[in-house]
Every structure is written in C-alpha cells, then in structure tokens.
Design a protein around this ligand. Structure first.
Ligand code: ADP
Ligand code: MG
Length: 206
C-alpha cells in the first residue's frame, strides 16, 4: 500500500510555476526516476511528495490515501538529500539510529536494526567514526542507512550521487537499486543524469 500518485499538482514561487500541473503515479514497490535539467522543478516535486512544501492546487496520495494536508512525519517517508545532511558531531552509528532515538524505539530493537542496516550498506566496520573521517561514498551510505533503518514504505532521493566520482556513482546506483528491490520500497529518484535514469528506473518521467 505505497503507490504514490500526484494528481494535477501545481506549485508556484511568485509568478513562476515550478511545478505545472503534474500528474503521475509511482507503482508500489517500483523505482520511478524524475529526469530533467537543473531548474525544471524536480526537487520541488520531491519536496511536495515529502510534505516539505504545500501544493497550490492538486492532490498527493500514498497507498490510496490523500496525504496532501498531512505533515512530513505523518507521511512516514524516508528522504535522502544530495548534501547528506549528517550530524558532524555524531558517530556513524548515532547518525543512522537518530530517527529511532527520536521516536523512542527501545535500545535492544535499535541495536538489532542498526546491525542489520550497517551490514546492508557495508558500514559495519566504521560505526564509531565521525562523518569527517569518511569518504564521500561512505557518507552517502550513512545517509542511505539512516533512510532505510526507518523501514519507511516510501523513499525519496534527490540527486544522492552527484557528489561522488564516476566509479563510486556506478557502484552506488547498483546498490541502491538492489536495496530498493530487496526491501520492496516505492522509490522516487531525482537525477539530471540520463544514464543513471536508464539503468535504475522501472519508469522514467521526463
Ligand atoms: P530542480 O530540482 O529540477 O533543479 P527546483 O525544483 O529546485 O528544480 O526548482 C524549480 C524552480 O523553482 C527554479 O527556478 C527554482 O529557482 C525555483 N525555486 C525552488 N525552490 C524555491 C523557493 N523556495 N523559493 C523560490 N523559488 C524556488
Ligand atoms: Mg534539485
């Protein structure tokens, strides 16, 4: 129950229509890529799905339920930004479990989920490090781990690989796609990279 549907969604900034009457569906358990040049409204579309912005017109539904007026927390969505947004003073482990702490998940469950997720994203041996002691790719995996430990049915990614070099970008594409399929997440993935779109997506929205 995690298909995402936008129905005639409009969002303007002053006189400029950043999102102009967009309707689309990401099927449950699929990976939908939003592909387009810089400034075409990809991030705004993603922020609307997340609930970080409110549309001027139109509706957004997740799993058949209208979430247009729900807060981001109520939508139970995980999101990965281009900038990673890690806490520099917290360790890898603390960064990954941060959201579970806020939700007061008991320690034993937190630890068990951390162990599992750290293995999935390949960070088991780096859990005590601080973000400054990691490479770009490792930081990206922390952000990814933080998103998937939430076990959200929906995951949104905004150009998550654009800070990485070509080789790592290639590896991470494969990892993200495999993870999305293994966990059965519905994912909306934003990129301006055609190759990335074509290799990862079930469906590309231009
Ligand atoms: P993309 O992610 O495809 O590069 P964005 O969704 O970030 O595009 O932006 C679409 C348009 O909306 C751009 O012209 C951008 O300048 C404008 N925009 C985005 N966010 C804001 C904002 N908070 N206030 C004003 N204009 C914005
Ligand atoms: Mg953007």
């Amino acid at each position: 129950m995690s298909a995402i549907t936008l129905d005639h969604v409009v969002k303007s900034w002053g006189p400029m229509r950043a999102v102009d009457d967009v309707s689309l569906t990401a099927e449950e358990g699929s990976l939908l890529v939003l592909l387009g040049p810089s400034g075409c409204g990809k991030s705004t579309t993603l922020r609307l799905i997340a609930g970080l912005e409110q549309p001027d017109h139109g509706t957004i539904a997740i799993g058949g339920a209208d979430v247009t007026h729900l807060s981001p927390a109520q939508r139970k969505i995980a999101m990965v930004f281009q900038s990673y947004a890690l806490f520099p003073h917290l360790s890898v482990a603390e960064n990954i479990v941060f959201g579970l702490r806020v939700r007061r998940i008991p320690r034993a469950e937190r630890d068990a989920r951390l162990k599992r997720v750290a293995e999935i994203v390949g960070l088991s041996h780096l859990l005590e490090r601080k973000p400054a002691q990691l490479s770009g790719g490792q930081r990206q995996r922390v952000a990814l781990g933080r998103a998937i430990i939430a076990e959200a049915r929906v995951c949104l990614m905004d150009e998550p690989l654009s800070n990485l070099d070509a080789k790592l970008r290639h590896e991470m594409r494969t990892e993200i796609r495999a993870l999305q399929q293994r966990l059965g997440m519905t994912m909306v993935y934003v990129t301006h990279d055609q190759t990335e779109a074509m290799t990862m997506a079930d469906r590309v929205v231009l």
